[in-house]
Design a protein around this ligand. Structure first.
Ligand code: CP3
Length: 349
């Protein structure tokens, strides 16, 4: 990377907020900003399966750029999916439209766990290629790489698809703890491999989406999940990129998540940011946390609620404005465009 580009990235509002430094304005991006809420995305994806799109660098670059161009967000999120690294090491899975990831032979015994080998950069050459092209194209806007968190990946693998209560997942966690920890260790290696590929190719930050970990009680998180998320964040420390840790329904987990080693903790809409700052503890920036469903309400409501999020976010040592979870497919892109402008305008320091 040329030194000028590296400097302007390092000085970006997004990376400054992640490092808890003063910012010119509160940076904003949206989880799942690239995707089904954008008509230009739907046109581009017509007839192309999701996993094919993820393995096609030109498409990845274009789809990642679409929301940045439209909204002027302070960061881009790499277009991929949490199951891409699993597919890349040979897990038989697909992403079914309207359903989500579906696994051909769910992973429920030692032999299946033992077949989950670590991910090498050569397994995902299209990721390296797309990230390198994006860093040039983004020209100073930071790119966020990401991976699924170990509980969330384990749930898809064990259940075989999306699950409401994660019953089989928890059955393994409580009933076969040795097998559970072996699965989590293997997922940790795969996740670290996937995140390191993205950061090495030029991603400026990484986010771990442990979306479904809110299903676990705090004491169980400490026993069954924390050692593994700790290993993931520790395994990224030498890269010097901010690490963001996010899950849904994690109000009761914010304290223990604060111990996992991330630089930024993502908060869903259930806990106000001023309260979240107390739960997470000192030395972290926060990301969040407007309820994505508020974007379906009239603009006046969106504006009022966004102001409240910004106000409460001032209590945190650093604040990255975001939604409390991903953009809903039915969201009007014009609402997100207005929201981005509003956050930029009213947060000017
Ligand atoms: O803007 C972005 O964030 C794009 C990159 C991205 C996608 N998935 C693209 C995608 C990211 C960061 C993800 C993460 C992801 N994938 C998570 C964690 C974040 C979260 O929402 O909690 C999870 C749990 C998944 C698993 C998954 N993949 C689901 C639940 C779905 C939706 C299934 C459906 O169609 O309802 C997918 C598919 C998927 N991943 C789509 C996109 C744009 C939709 C597929 C399509 O457009 O055909």
């Amino acid at each position: 990377m040329n030194p000028q580009l590296a400097d302007s990235l390092a000085d970006s509002a997004f990376l400054r907020a992640c490092r808890r430094e003063p910012v010119p304005h509160t940076p904003v991006w949206y989880m799942r900003q690239a995707g089904r809420s954008l008509p230009e995305y739907r046109r581009l994806r017509e007839g192309i399966p999701m996993l094919t799109a993820c393995a096609t660098p030109d498409l990845v670059v274009e789809i990642t750029m679409q929301p940045v161009r439209r909204y002027g967000t302070d960061a881009a999120i790499f277009f991929s999916d949490i199951v891409v690294p699993l597919k890349a090491i040979g897990v038989d899975l697909d992403i079914k439209p309207g359903v989500g990831p579906v696994v051909g032979s769910p992973i429920r015994d030692h032999a299946a766990v033992a077949a989950l080998r670590p991910l090498e950069p050569t397994d995902v050459p299209y990721v390296t290629e797309a990230v390198q092209a994006l860093v040039k194209e983004l020209d100073g806007t930071p790119l966020i790489g990401f991976a699924g968190g170990p509980f969330t990946l384990a749930s898809y693998l064990i259940e075989g698809g999306p699950s409401k209560n994660h019953d089989r997942t928890k059955a393994m966690m409580y009933g076969e703890p040795d097998l559970w920890h072996e699965l989590m260790e293997r997922l940790t290696a795969i996740t670290l491999g996937f995140l390191r590929v993205q950061a090495t190719a030029g991603a400026s930050a990484v986010q771990l989406f442990d979306s479904w970990v809110g299903a676990v009680a705090p004491a169980d998180y400490r026993t069954y999940v924390l050692p593994h998320t700790r290993a993931i964040f520790a395994g990224l420390a030498d890269l010097g990129v901010p690490r963001i840790h996010f899950g849904v329904g994690t109000g009761e987990l914010l304290g223990v998540m604060g111990e996992a080693g991330a630089d930024v903790v993502g908060v869903d809409w259930r806990v106000p940011l001023d309260e979240a700052a107390l739960r997470v503890g000192a030395g972290k920036a926060l990301q969040g946390n407007l309820d994505p469903a508020i974007l379906l309400a009239p603009w006046e409501v969106v504006g009022e609620r966004a102001r409240d999020v910004l106000e409460r976010g001032r209590v945190a040592e650093g604040h990255v404005f975001n939604l409390g979870h991903g953009v809903l497919p039915s969201t009007d892109p014009d609402q997100l465009a207005r929201l981005t402008d509003l956050v930029h305008e009213i947060s000017v320091r």
